[in-house]
Design a protein around this ligand. Structure first.
Ligand code: BGC
Length: 317
């Protein structure tokens, strides 16, 4: 019998082999997923992306030029030819709003976009709850606009801003966003989007699954590209308006951080414990004071006031 390691035969070779294996496994895992929500879904057809080769998020957009005749536009193809895969993301410099607007000349007031060269097959509204996160918002707009344009979607970005001194209520802001966005357009899909998450791969299409609510940010760098727990539905998720309304949206009573996404996730599986009041607390009971609705160059800003105190935290466990 021989031992793998002994004073005469040190473990160096074994260690090297182990490190090599670990590295290969790491690359393989990395190829399956990307920071926040790359291509874990139907788009990951061949099962691998090379994240060591990333592309500028504005790549290919210069090829998009308006068609002279808007009446006879061809349908945009099911798969956009503009997609590039993994994107280069950097948070070193906070982009200036005017620069983002210059880089996105076809984005119209309110952060709306319709492809100028083909008829979009899909309409997505992006809803971003917000308070005091200006740098995050600027990064998001810098990356999300070109990302969505390369997918050849018709889209609009709504930022729902909570004013006043009451505790932040992400859930209620999203309900407000859905209500306001549906006044504008018959959207095919609603993307509920945290302000601090940036997609890393443009094959992660911002479209809904007609059959099921879709969790989009299933691979986030913060969670080492794994789900933190099986039912996790936070970060970025996508529902059709019909799906959102069928579950009565989010409860309006989640003041403070966390819990609202777990609640909405539990509603898809009623066996799991869920807030009992879901039928009466949600889209059908929302009440808010809309202070302002502005069509800014890069997004529609909806400012709401939920009043002041009490700062109750109502996480359902
Ligand atoms: C919270 C969720 C949150 C998740 C991940 C959970 O404990 O209830 O709202 O998304 O942690 O941070």
């Amino acid at each position: 019998m021989s031992r793998l390691c002994s004073p005469n035969r040190p473990c160096t070779l074994l260690l090297l082999a182990f490190l090599q294996l670990a590295f290969v496994l790491f690359l393989y895992r990395r190829s399956l997923s990307g920071s926040f929500a790359s291509s874990l879904y139907e788009e990951d057809r061949d099962g691998r992306w090379d994240y060591s080769k990333t592309h500028d998020v504005y790549t290919n957009l210069s090829f998009v030029t308006p068609s002279p005749d808007r009446e006879t536009l061809p349908e945009c193809p099911v798969e956009s030819p503009l997609l590039v895969g993994p994107l280069t993301i950097s948070f070193q410099k906070i982009p200036v709003m005017s620069k983002i607007a210059r880089k996105n000349p076809y984005v119209q007031a309110g952060g709306r976009y319709t492809p100028p060269h083909c008829k979009a097959q899909y309409k997505t509204a992006i809803l971003v709850p917000h308070r005091n996160r200006e740098p995050h918002l600027r990064h998001l707009l810098y990356y999300l606009h070109p990302f969505l344009q390369r997918q050849q979607l018709q889209y609009a970005i709504y930022v729902i801003h909570q004013t006043g001194n009451r505790t932040f209520n992400r859930a209620k802001l999203l309900n407000v966003g859905v209500r306001e966005a549906l006044k504008d357009e018959d959207w095919d899909c609603l993307f509920l989007h945290d302000v601090d998450l940036i997609p890393e791969n443009d094959h992660n299409l911002y479209v809904c699954n007609e059959k099921y609510p879709k969790h989009v940010s299933s691979a986030m760098n913060k969670f080492k590209y794994r789900l933190p727990y099986r039912m996790y539905f936070g970060g970025v998720s996508a529902l059709t308006p019909e799906q959102y309304l069928r579950i009565n949206g989010f409860p309006n009573t989640y003041w403070g951080w966390g819990g609202e996404d777990d609640d909405i996730s539990a509603r898809f599986d009623m066996v799991v414990k869920v807030s009992k009041s879901w039928r009466s607390d949600g889209m059908n009971s929302i009440d808010y004071n809309l202070l302002q609705r502005e069509e800014l160059p890069l997004y529609t800003n909806i400012t709401v006031d939920f009043g002041s105190s009490p700062n109750v935290r109502a996480k359902v466990n």
